[in-house]
Design a protein around this ligand. Structure first.
Ligand SMILES: NC(=O)C1=CN([C@@H]2O[C@H](COP(=O)(O)OP(=O)(O)OC[C@H]3O[C@@H](n4cnc5c(N)ncnc54)[C@H](O)[C@@H]3O)[C@@H](O)[C@H]2O)C=CC1
Ligand SMILES: O=C(O)[C@@H]1CCC=N1
Length: 277
């Protein structure tokens, strides 16, 4: 199939916040005409920003223009999905539906839109700089060509990974969707410690950021497991051993594992609120 023409359609975003902007930015940078991107965004400030930053059409409410979209991207907070969907419903049933909302099941999107062609994606905020990681799930009614359309649309945001079961998206949400927050939390702790140990905030920030970026890059390029790479930093009786022993004694790894379980449970709860099938 011809990938260059597969996205030759109007794309409508319901909600034009952080994640929608990351995807729209990628589309525009990849050469998708801004004139064929429509955003339904009730916040006047956000709508103005979208118009001036990307040159897209941003409307305060859904209207007949939505009916021309071949692809509708649901990018509102899960809690406002039903309120946002009601005025879109009359114009949505002919389009492929792509949701980036945490937790909301395909069945609820099908019910609200009238279209069985539903893909769910779980991106993360590094999508803003093209370094994102998105998990994807497609309902059986979605064709291979439509999967490729979604891939083409999200490719500028970073890496993509399809999962076979919708329930696995809760794990993706817990791991990579929320994941950047765990890394920022680690950075906060490293910077705090650096300052307490006598470095300036700027020095600590540079040291911490490049250490996390370098370790992630080394892990990505190495065939070794993270455990082996960690052991290579850890000299017997040395400084890293002192640090890791403290983390282990305080149950930090277990706490991280439990945190991801809590995130996945919350994603499942959000889904249950909308009647998982
Ligand atoms: N922020 C993140 O790290 C990630 C967020 N997500 C999901 O992406 C979705 C959007 O998240 P963000 O972009 O962070 O939120 P956001 O708050 O930046 O954007 C949501 C936008 O929806 C607009 N909105 C509110 N009511 C509306 C309505 N009735 N109709 C149309 N638009 C309406 C808001 O004005 C806002 O601009 C959420 O469902 C979230 O679960 C997914 C992956 C990562
Ligand atoms: O915290 C949340 O609910 C959203 C989903 C993944 C990242 N942020």
């Amino acid at each position: 199939m011809n990938r260059s023409t597969s996205l030759n359609t109007t794309i409508a975003f319901i909600g034009g916040g952080n994640m929608a902007s990351a995807i729209i930015g990628g589309l525009v940078r990849a050469g998708h005409p801004a004139s064929t991107i429509l955003v339904v965004e009730p916040s006047p400030e956000q709508a103005l920003r979208l118009r001036s930053q990307f040159g897209v059409q941003a409307d305060a409410a859904a209207g007949p223009a939505l009916g021309a979209a071949g692809l509708i991207v649901w990018a509102v907070k899960p809690q406002v999905f039903e309120a946002a969907a009601a005025p879109c419903a009359p114009y949505a049933s002919q389009a492929l539906q792509l949701s980036i909302m945490a937790g909301i099941p395909c069945a609820a999107i099908e019910k609200a839109s009238g279209s069985a062609r539903v893909v769910r994606a779980m991106p993360n905020t590094p999508a803003l700089i093209g370094q994102g990681m998105s998990g994807l799930y497609a309902r059986p009614a979605v064709t291979l060509d439509e999967r490729l359309q979604v891939e083409q649309m999200l490719a500028p945001t970073g890496q993509l990974l399809w999962v076979e079961q919708e329930a696995q998206l809760d794990a993706v949400t817990a791991l990579s969707g929320s994941g950047p927050a765990y890394v920022f939390y680690l950075l906060e702790a490293m910077i705090q410690a650096g300052v307490e140990l006598g470095l300036s905030a700027e020095q600590s920030r540079q040291l911490a950021q490049q250490t996390v970026a370098g370790a992630a890059a080394l892990s990505a390029q190495s065939s070794e497991t993270p455990e082996v790479l960690r052991q290579r930093v850890t000299s017997k009786g040395g400084t890293t051993h002192a640090a890791i022993s403290t983390l282990e004694a305080r149950g930090v790894k277990l706490a991280f594992v439990r945190a991801l379980h809590a995130a996945a449970e919350r994603a499942a709860e959000l889904g249950a609120e909308f009647g998982k099938n």
